[in-house]
Write a protein that binds this ligand. Structure first.
Ligand SMILES: Nc1ncnc2c1ncn2[C@@H]1O[C@H](COP(=O)(O)OP(=O)(O)OP(=O)(O)O)[C@@H](O)[C@H]1O
Length: 579
């Protein structure tokens, strides 16, 4: 339980304890009036049962005034409970969500390959929402539901242990039923959460793929997947309610049967003359109160079970080992691949026994057919994935020992598919250097040939960008990402198809910007159009994850190997046109 709370609170359960203390104080505040009522009841009863004893009206007045004043104490206790639980729940969920989001950021990209993005969104929103609800609503109820019977049992056992035992005898039976059916409930909750996540993922897939769905007229087919997911969710929900409902009702009835058992025992003892009427009436009065919170908790038991599974899911992700490493690479040193074998799926190697060296401040081009592993090489340099066999060193420091955050400070990347955040264009460029001045941003944009088009927009650099950059053209996005990289000014530059989506008019200018970006840097460049890499210092040619040849353009042409073959193919296709 402690670990559960520690984990879902992102390691800060302190607020939760103050909420629990408030719940206990609230429970005590509620019990005191019952004790005073017992006293009042006793004194009234005695005056009626024993004619010699006069009705103590003064005592009645005092108790009534205390009860009246006590309402203020009850109000204060409840207000404090309300304040503490809600604050605890919401702040705990907020810090927990942030700390989990931060933790996820530190995981290798391999983790994201295993998880559906919709599943992670659900984890951060819906699972935390469930836990939040449990802490704000169910936890205080649970505490008072446990406290009231315990306090009542302690008090009543001194009054008449036989009646007290009869009253509480059925509670273990109710608990036993819940315990025996626990695995069924756990499995149903788990299936329901899975079905809910699957439905959310399919919905996300449907909405984000809406352009392709329209373009390829896939409405029916994709909609069918969505329909099946929602159908499964409906079935899981019905099963969950249908099975859990009777179980919880059964536990509730068993627990409440204690009241009947107590009445039967009381009647029997009354007839036998071993129980007085006031004690019997007192048990009746308290019994009806004690079972109320227990009933409420049992009604919410399903939610407790459900949120236990949500917390389990949160803990599972928190348990994922983040990438370790504390060393700083020597970014001005060589990048060495030493017998590296790597596969996204460990059984299917994508790179095989790869060894080559990238000299500092040179341009190395990666060439090879589609799927030969060029992008994978750049991802491994940036440590997006972890290399298990062989090693990559930068300036003599193994990448897997490097502090991942510091490593990325020394690397600028321009990807094939550029992602822009839903923010202004200026802030999207600023990602390269968070404390950049407006002048620096504009200078980088000018060098990346995008200043003019940004300045011509009505809001200039303050123009908002749609999610993922959907409001900009491919070429515009690419130039903005080059501006980011220019601003970052890192020693190592990874360029993946940087000029692929630019029109011929812009290409020369962007090529010029890239020349500026790569000057005096260690550059690893992937370009399908071989004419853009003719002047590279070294060309590494890959085929099916293996290095097949390397050298300068002239050397590789003279070797008449794969590079020369790809070169001649491109010369032929350069002039392709529709017939
Ligand atoms: N995230 C991933 N998960 C699993 N397999 C992947 C992943 N990314 C790439 N692959 C596989 O790894 C192999 C190499 O991919 P990579 O992207 O490195 O090739 P590439 O040479 O850059 O290809 P292209 O020129 O078409 O971009 C391919 O077979 C690809 O299907």
């Amino acid at each position: 339980m402690n670990k559960y709370l520690f984990n879902i609170s992102g390691g800060n359960p302190r607020n939760l304890w103050s909420a629990a203390v408030a719940a206990i104080l609230d429970g005590i505040a509620k019990v005191i009036p019952a004790a005073l009522l017992v006293d009042l009841f006793n004194s009234i009863y005695r005056s009626f049962a024993e004619p010699a004893v006069a009705l103590n009206t003064a005592r009645m007045w005092i108790v009534s005034i205390i009860l009246l004043l006590w309402m203020a104490v009850e109000y204060a206790a409840y207000a404090s409970l309300y304040d503490k639980t809600y604050k605890a729940a919401y702040s705990l969920a907020a810090t927990g969500r942030l700390s989990l989001a931060e933790h996820i950021r530190k995981l290798s990209l391999g983790f994201f390959g295993k998880r559906d993005p919709g599943d992670l969104t659900n984890l951060l929103l819906s699972d935390y929402g469930q836990v939040e609800h449990t802490i704000s609503h169910n936890l205080p109820q649970l505490i008072s539901a446990v406290m009231l019977p315990v306090l009542a049992l302690l008090g009543l056992i001194f009054l008449d242990y036989r009646m007290a035992l009869a009253m509480f005898a059925a509670i273990p039976l109710g608990a036993l039923l819940l315990w025996l059916t626990d695995s069924i409930q756990a499995s149903l909750s788990e299936k329901h959460v899975r079905a809910k996540n699957e439905a959310a993922s399919r919905l996300q897939e449907y909405l984000s793929g809406i352009r392709e769905i329209k373009a390829y007229n896939m409405g029916g087919q994709r909609f069918e997947r969505l329909r099946i997911a929602f159908d499964n969710l409906m079935r899981a929900s019905i099963r969950l309610e249908g099975v859990m409902g009777p179980m919880i009702m059964g536990a509730m009835l068993l627990t409440r049967s204690g009241l009947t058992l107590m009445i039967c025992t009381g009647s029997f003892l009354l007839v036998g003359g071993t129980l007085s009427l006031p004690v019997f009436l007192l048990f009746l009065l308290i019994g009806s109160k004690v079972f109320e919170p227990l009933t409420v908790v049992l009604m919410n038991y399903g939610e407790l079970r459900y949120s236990a599974y949500s917390a389990q899911r949160i803990m599972d992700v928190q348990g994922e080992e983040p990438m370790q490493g504390s060393e700083s690479i020597q970014a001005s040193g060589p990048i060495i691949f030493d017998n590296v074998t790597f596969g996204y799926d460990t059984h299917i190697p994508v790179l095989k026994e790869l060894s080559f060296q990238i000299k500092p401040k040179t341009i190395t081009a990666l060439v090879g057919p589609s799927g030969s592993g060029k992008s994978t090489i750049t991802r491994l340099i940036a440590r997006f994935w972890e290399v298990e066999q062989g090693r990559i060193t930068i300036g003599g420091i193994p990448v897997r020992n490097a502090d991942p955050e510091k490593l990325l400070k020394d690397i600028s990347m321009v990807f094939q598919d550029v992602y822009l955040f839903q923010d202004t264009i200026g802030n999207n460029i600023r990602i390269g250097k968070m404390d950049a001045t407006q002048e620096e941003i504009e200078d980088a944009a000018s060098r990346a040939c995008c200043h003019e088009f940004i300045a011509s927009l009505p809001q200039g650099y303050d123009t908002p960008v749609g999610e993922g950059g959907s409001t900009l053209s491919g070429g515009e996005k690419q130039r903005i990402s080059i501006a980011r990289a220019l601003l970052k000014n890192a020693s190592i530059v990874l360029l993946d198809e940087a000029t692929a989506s630019l029109d011929p008019e812009n290409e020369a200018a962007v090529q010029q910007a890239i020349n500026e970006l790569v000057a005096d840097k260690t550059v690893i460049l992937i370009a399908h159009r071989l004419k853009t890499i003719q002047n590279a210092d070294n060309i590494v040619v890959l085929d099916q994850g293996k290095l097949v040849e390397e050298g300068t353009h002239d050397l590789l042409i003279s070797k008449k190997g794969l590079y020369a073959h790809l070169w001649s193919l491109q010369q032929d296709s350069d002039g392709w046109r529709l017939k």
